[in-house]
Ligand binder design. Sequence first.
Ligand SMILES: Cc1cc2nc3c(=O)[nH]c(=O)nc-3n(C[C@H](O)[C@H](O)[C@H](O)COP(=O)(O)OP(=O)(O)OC[C@H]3O[C@@H](n4cnc5c(N)ncnc54)[C@H](O)[C@@H]3O)c2cc1C
Length: 499
Amino acid sequence: MTQTDVLVVGAGPTGLTLACDLARRGVAVRIIDRAPEFPRGSRGKGLSPRSLEVFDDLGVIEPMLAAGATHLRHRKYRGAEVVAEVDPEAGVVPTPDRPYPTGLMIPQWRVEQLLRERLADFGVAVELDAELRGFDQHADGVTATVGQSRIQARYLVGCDGGRSTVRKALGLSLRGHTPDVQLMAVGDVEVDGLGRDAWHQWFTGDGAIMLCPLPGTDAFQVQASHEVDQDGAPLEPTLARFQQTFDRVAAVPGVRLRDLTWRSSYRVNVRMVDQLRVGRVFLAGDAAHVHPIAGGLGMNTGVQDAYNLGWKLGLVLAGHATPSLLDTYEEERLPIASWLLDITSERLDAVLDAIKHTGGGVDAVAAPELSQLTLGYPWSRLSVRAASPAAGVRPGDRAPDATLRDPVTGSPVRLFDLFRGPHFTLLGLGERGGAAPNCAETALVTSYLVGPGGLLDADGHAARAYGTGALVLVRPDGYVGLVADAAQPQAVAGYLRSL
Ligand SMILES: Cc1cc2nc3c(=O)[nH]c(=O)nc-3n(C[C@H](O)[C@H](O)[C@H](O)COP(=O)(O)OP(=O)(O)OC[C@H]3O[C@@H](n4cnc5c(N)ncnc54)[C@H](O)[C@@H]3O)c2cc1C
């Protein structure tokens, strides 16, 4: 029997993000997937601004940005006539606090590939053809049966998708409903006769078809209403049927679909579990929640589940926190899952309403919350205020970026550069800030003074975002844990001891 600290089941975006976060902390991690080979279907094709910040922290942002595209135009047609065209993110530009203000169009398989490459930097590889069949929990860990072998792990995380074996083995069910919305056929094709400069969309009373160019490839993702048999039952998607739908709904002469490399049917579900932890076993990503794809939050929410859990497992395994810290994963992420079901259902309704009207399209999904930058954990026991309320961030908020200046070299320094890595970051803002507490736990913290004698806040970005005269402790996952008065550095030590 082999041993590891954490066994991650499932190597989709959720499992890969978790494995990267654990591996960079030096945690012994194994990640298994039952698939015999890595997937090549596009599936999710958008990363949210918040996911981009997570990937910045994990050191994989550059290849992600290079492989994706922003500001894709949405082109709506009636037949060959363009009836509307829009860039839903027109005018959205980076600001000091939001370096990645727009979503990134990128096929999910590419996200997974880049995360696997990052994981390889830490010496960890996905084990393919390795199906979790079951597990037993005991006081010290979990014994998992994987194929014919057994793996002993201190914790197991089920990132094994909507049909999760782990969830079923825990006896948890996805509660919710399956709305009576038609199935959607999806696939990856190449297309002759359409430009790659826009997401092409047709909606008629007789069906819908959309063709979205996938950056870094020659392919388009096709999403279409299903062809049906004489009884109205949906037929399995094929290249010929996608072409049939295109010819009927779009009817643009000279456009040919070819080289179908992946196809699937998608049914809307609005469901989630009511528990994310049972003993030493956790659920994350689609294993814990499934919802409409409107808003493209599935892959993104899995990434952020993983990012919330990674540092907590890391601290507990290293003996820097008690296992009760792990309870805050459910405390923080279950309300987010519930929000996710609500917002994606609402945005789906907005799209279904918009496409009834000429010029309407999937851009109707837009809502500020979909960036996931406004999400936080103000209700969490990890969000603590030890100072009178002042302007600036609140405990539980996402810690925004800001541009500072090195007082010696004069070079710009971004707060995200200071946050990057597995540590807590303590910002002392203003003249009295920066008095770092003196205790064993502060080994977990990197401290900076922003103000006289420290990093220069020349343009006032940090003061506007964080206020002044305060100590702000930023968690390893980029949320504000503690806001304390600058004169109370012992509050920081107290916070860290309480973990
Ligand atoms: C057409 C379409 C468009 C989408 N668009 C978006 C979008 O724009 N943005 C977005 O964020 N999301 C989007 N999604 C949703 C997104 O694809 C999913 O939410 C995402 O894949 C969930 O990631 P995951 O890692 O949790 O699970 P998955 O990606 O499902 O990965 C689970 C993995 O676990 C493995 N596994 C399962 N059982 C076992 C077992 N017993 N043992 C070992 N391994 C196992 C599977 O092989 C799989 O590799 C879209 C989905 C579709 C279909």
